[in-house]
Write a protein that binds this ligand. Structure first.
Ligand code: RB5
Length: 148
């Protein structure tokens, strides 16, 4: 599995822990930055990760900012992306099961690095349930395809 990962300064500490954990699991990582706690603009990193997932270069993505909100909104602007902001293992499991989310978002000022690693594991370990949820995901895609 190949995972794109990105953050702003508010998510940088989480990214370090998540990258180390994923390496232990033998996951191939494309690190889109940022690479320090110096202030940067989260939409740039959210879009980079989202494009890699949307174009199929990566299977999934993980994004982090201070709250996880701005970077998840940014990632969700890219067609085909279902980015889920999760603050605990329950929501991570549920979004994998029901939304087949292809990007996970977390907040570096909301969860600890230890919690983040557990959230990532829960998200990656949980398969999509399919069934009735497929139609709902198709309805989400239809929203993207509708002209205003
Ligand atoms: C940066 O200070 C902060 O606004 C950003 O990390 C994020 O929380 C935005 O949603």
């Amino acid at each position: 599995m190949k995972i794109a990962i990105g953050c702003d300064h508010g998510g940088f500490v989480l990214k370090e822990s998540v990258v180390n954990c994923l390496k232990e699991f033998g996951v191939e990582i494309i690190d889109c930055g940022t690479n320090s706690e110096s202030s940067v603009d989260y939409p740039i990193f959210g879009e980079k990760v989202a494009r890699l997932v949307a174009n199929g270069e990566c299977d999934k993505g993980i994004v982090m900012c201070g709250t996880g909100i701005g970077i998840s909104i940014s990632a969700n602007k890219v067609k085909g992306i279902r980015c889920a902001l999760c603050h605990n293992e329950y929501t991570a499991k549920m979004t994998a099961m029901h939304n087949n989310s292809n990007i996970l978002a977390m907040g570096g000022r909301v969860v600890t690095p230890e919690q983040a690693v557990n959230i990532v594991k829960a998200w990656l370990d949980t398969p999509f349930e399919g069934g009735r949820h497929i139609n709902r995901i198709n309805l989400i895609s239809e929203i993207e395809n509708r002209e205003d």
